[in-house]
Structures are given as C-alpha cells and as structure tokens.
Design a protein. Structure first.
Length: 561
C-alpha cells in the first residue's frame, strides 16, 4: 500500500498566521473586563488594572521591577511616582493598543513619563511632535527638553532653527524668561553674530532691569567688539546707558573706537607689490600704481622664495613669511620671516622672529595689527591644522588653537573681527569647507562652505562685509582651473556667485586697492603663465583687464601699500 508520505513530493513550506495584534486586542478587552489582570498601577488616587507580562513586554522599567527582587514583584498594587495619572492612562492604553494621541497639552508630561518608564516608542513619538513644533516662541524650551532627554536629533534641529532665526528668537518671551546660566549656555553652544549677541544681552537685561543690571558688565565682556561695525559702535552703542554708565563697559567700548581711529589715520594704499614666486624668486616690484608718482625700486628678498605669504602692518611695513626657499642654499620649506620698512630711505629687508612651525602654501592675514598664519604644508608633506600669530611690539610668535580640518593651499582673510580659513587641500580632496577663528576666545567655528572646492586660489575681504573666493583648482582627481568667483556675505551668512574673471587661473594672487579687487598672475588650464591683470568693481559686478605684467608671476604674493 502506497502511503501519503510516499506520494507527496513537496518538501516543506512556511506560513505565518495573519493576526498581528489579535492577542493584544484580546488582552485589552479582558483588561477592560478586569479579567487576567494581576497587578494594579496606582498613580495619585487612581488605579489602572493591567497584566504583568504585557507591561513587561513594552516597558523595561516594569520588566526589571517584576523580574528582580524588588518588593513590587510580590505586591498586587504598585505605586508609581513622578508620572501623572493622565500620562499613565495614555501609556497603558498605548501598551495595549499601539495608539496614542500627543498634543501640545500633554507632550511634556508624556515625554517625561516615557523616559522614566523606558517606553522608547512613546519617547520617539514625543520627540517627533516637538521637532514639528519648533517656533520662535518654543525654540529655547524645546532645546532644553532635547538636552534633558538626550535627543541629539531634536537638539540639532532646534540649534539649526536658532541659528537661522536668531534675530527673531532673541525677542521672544521664551528667551526673556531664561535664567542667566541657561541664557549664557545658548550662546556658548551656537554661532551667533556679535551684534545679535550684544542686542540679545541688552534686551534680556532690560526685561528685568532691576534684577539683571548687575550681570550686564560680565555679559558685555563676552561681546567681541571688533566684529561690530564702526557706525553701530559710534551711533548706537555710544548712546546706550548700560554701556556708558559702567566703567568697564565704557573703557572697552572707547578702546575699540580709538583703535579704529588709529588705523584710519594710516591712510589708503595706492600701489600693489609682487613679492617672490616660482619664476621671480627674490624679486620685489610694483605691478599696479595708481598714485601718479614714479615707481620705487625695492630690494630683493634675502633668498629665493615661492608659495610664501606677505602682509602689511602699520600701512607701510611689509612682512614676507615662510614659503619654500627653492633654488637657494637651503632649498626647503622655511619658518623664516623678514620685513621691509617702507618709511626708511634706505630700504633693506631685515630678519625678525621666525615662526614656530616651518610652513609653505599657507594663508595669512592681519587683524588689529597682528599677523595670523594658518595651515599650509610642512617639509614632510603633511597638511597642517596649526596656526600662530605675530605681535610686532614684542617680536614674538604664539600658537592659536588648531583648525578642525588640516589644509594646505588654503586662503586666509580677516573680516568683521574674525579670521577665515577657506578651502585648500586636506583629507585627500579639494575642500569647500570654511572655518572662522574668534581671536577673542581662541575658538574655530564652521561657517557655510563654498559652492566650489578650491585649492591654490585667492581670497580677499572687501569693505569688511564680503569675502571673495577667486579662481583656483577645483575638483579632485581631474582638477580644473577656474575663472569662477563666489562671494560670502558675513551678514546673511551665505555664499553667492558673482561675475567670472576673463581668464581662468590658479596659483595667482589678489588684493584690495581703493575699494576694488586686483588679481595678478597665475597659471591657466594649460599651466601656462597668465600675464594679464584683472580688476573687479563691486558696484558694477564686472571684471576688467587693466594691464599686463612684464614677468610671469606664479605662486607669488601681493600686498597693497
């Protein structure tokens, strides 16, 4: 006789019963009928019948309670404190049904209860509700809840909203009600323009002037005045009684104005010098002269030098910094610094204190008569994140905090009281990223990235309101030489394209002269020298070729004097 086993050839099949939730539906009906309930959860004067196994399945809090040697394990009634009876009712219904209604009236209590009872789903749903509820009036409260309940996602969302809407947020009642420490922490953890910071401190103080006046001097000390416009310092801040009535605030304010007056007396520049370079090595000569007077003769650098940085202090003292002494007796990346005092009749380069680090292909800029040098490459081919500053009064270099990203071939500019390090090469790629250094607190912050990755490009600050990134090599494996130009607005914190140059270039140099940008030298897409000089007028957004150099300038430096 042939058995059924011998007749069937199919080996095996798997099937799943489609009754998800049926068990919980049954359990919930029996809970409501008070059957199979073996514990009562008491909150205040109300009790909620439930089943230990069901509670433990969805709550680590109850799971630990009913499986460890806690006294609640053996009791028919468990008292839960620090949870409202409304939240407990909603949570027990969620455990049995999978549904919960969250609104502005219950979200805070529900989040607290879910966190305490270790019910992660409810906690996630509350966080999602708060993410959708971030407004000018709720920003600080939600930021505080994000920290309290350890939600990085909610914290990030709230911080982004705060930074994008800071001018409106600091006027809200939510901000005005913050205590001193919470108010300080908000500005410690978030990027805020210095003028906005000052106005926020001012409004917060005046909201409760009697009790908060005593804190204003300490708050004002945290405001970095060099990042605030001269017009505002003179016309607005000068008339603020909280500033003028406090000796410390008044002295800080007046010192900043006096510093700017001293710089203004130095007068405007009328010439542009080219210094060093791959082909010109030690040469120093004028490439632009709008003064109407004859060009001067300038002494050669002490050694051949390419990919160096040059800056000007006090309007007429030129500094040549670092670089590669190619073809010289040393033929290496150097940390040497020399200066040329143009006030003297007998012009001669003199050596000053060397940098602490040998570096070339780096960026440099001047702020408050202090030279800042950042990034570059060393003799081992490493990309550097370090930076240092030079104080001429004591002839000394000192370290600053390193950048977050090592970079060489980067550009460095000073604008509105900050030092910006842009682009370059690091982490095996051309960079778009931009970092901003706060000299007052020795901290680097990220700012919006450039639209194009750039290396061996030029950057300048114009009118203390905009930063221009000009040309350079873009891309990674097959880098293309750019004639594109983009502009960063320090007020809106955004990059935008402006008119392109007439010629693509890299390893060129640029500087500002009498409100216009001049670009000189560099190489084109065929790596041939570009001898044309281009000038950009911000009022017309137009580049014009205004001349040509006699020399082929490449990896050189420019300064306006």
């Amino acid at each position: 006789m042939v058995t059924l086993e011998r007749m069937i050839t199919t080996q095996e099949i798997n099937r799943t019963r489609k009754d998800e939730g049926a068990l919980l539906d049954y359990a919930n009906r029996k809970r409501q009928e008070d059957r199979f309930n073996d514990v009562k959860i008491k909150v205040d004067n109300e009790t909620f019948p439930a089943n230990r196994m069901v509670l433990s399945c969805y709550s680590d809090y109850f799971d630990r309670m009913f499986q460890t040697n806690m006294m609640e394990r053996y009791q028919d009634q468990v008292v839960v404190k620090e949870v409202s009876k409304t939240s407990m009712k909603l949570i027990i219904e969620f455990i049995y049904t999978g549904n919960i209604k969250i609104n502005k009236g219950n979200v805070r209590d529900l989040l607290s209860a879910a966190d305490m009872l270790c019910i992660n789903d409810v906690k996630i749903f509350c966080i999602e509700f708060l993410e959708m509820s971030i407004t000018v009036d709720t920003c600080f409260t939600i930021l505080s809840l994000a920290g309290l309940y350890r939600s990085e996602k909610l914290q990030t969302r709230a911080k982004i909203f705060l930074e994008e809407n800071i001018n409106d947020v600091v006027l809200s009642e939510d901000f005005m009600s913050l205590d001193l420490n919470k108010m300080k922490s908000v500005f410690t953890d978030n990027q805020v323009p210095e003028l906005t910071l000052y106005k926020a401190y001012l409004k917060w103080t005046k909201h409760d002037l009697e009790n908060r006046r005593c804190h204003f001097s300490d708050l004002f000390a945290k405001v970095y005045l060099p990042a605030i416009s001269t017009e505002y310092l003179e016309n607005e801040m000068s008339n603020e009684s909280l500033v003028s009535d406090d000796f410390g605030c008044l002295r800080k304010h007046r010192d900043e104005i006096l510093c700017r007056l001293r710089l203004a007396k130095q007068g405007g520049s009328s010439r542009i010098l080219s210094i060093g370079g791959r082909n010109t090595m030690q040469k120093v000569f004028e490439v632009v002269n709008v003064s109407g007077s004859p060009s001067r003769n300038y002494p050669d650098l002490p050694e051949n030098n390419i990919v160096l940085c040059c800056t000007v202090l006090h309007g007429n003292v030129v500094y040549a910094i670092g670089g590669t002494t190619e073809g010289s007796k040393n033929n290496s990346i150097t940390n040497q610094v020399c200066r040329l005092d143009l006030k003297k009749d007998n012009l001669q380069w003199e050596e000053v204190a060397s940098m602490k680090v040998r570096r070339g292909v780096m960026g440099a800029s001047v702020f408050n008569e202090t030279i800042f040098v950042v990034g570059g490459g060393n003799e081992n081919g490493d990309h550097l994140s370090s930076g240092e500053y030079y104080t001429s009064a004591v002839n000394k270099w000192s370290d600053i905090s390193p950048m977050k990203q090592p970079r060489s071939g980067n550009a460095v500019v000073s604008c509105r009281g900050y030092i910006y390090s842009l682009g370059g090469y690091g982490s095996n790629k051309h960079l778009t990223s931009v970092e901003r250094f706060h000299p007052g607190n020795d901290v680097w912050d990220d700012v919006p990235s450039m639209k194009v990755p750039r290396r061996w490009f030029a950057a300048v600050a114009l009118n203390d309101t905009h930063i221009y990134a000009i040309g350079g090599k873009a891309g990674n494996e097959d880098a293309t030489v750019q004639k594109s130009v983009e502009r960063y607005d320090v007020t809106t914190n955004k990059w935008a394209d402006v008119s392109e140059m007439n010629v693509e270039r890299h390893a060129h140099a640029a500087c500002v002269l009498q409100g216009k940008i001049y670009v000189v030298g560099g190489g084109d897409k065929n790596n041939s020298a570009v001898k044309s000089i281009e000038c950009y007028d911000p009022t017309t957004n137009k580049w014009t070729i205004v001349g040509e150099t006699d020399e082929e300038l490449f990896h050189h430096a420019l300064v306006a004097i």
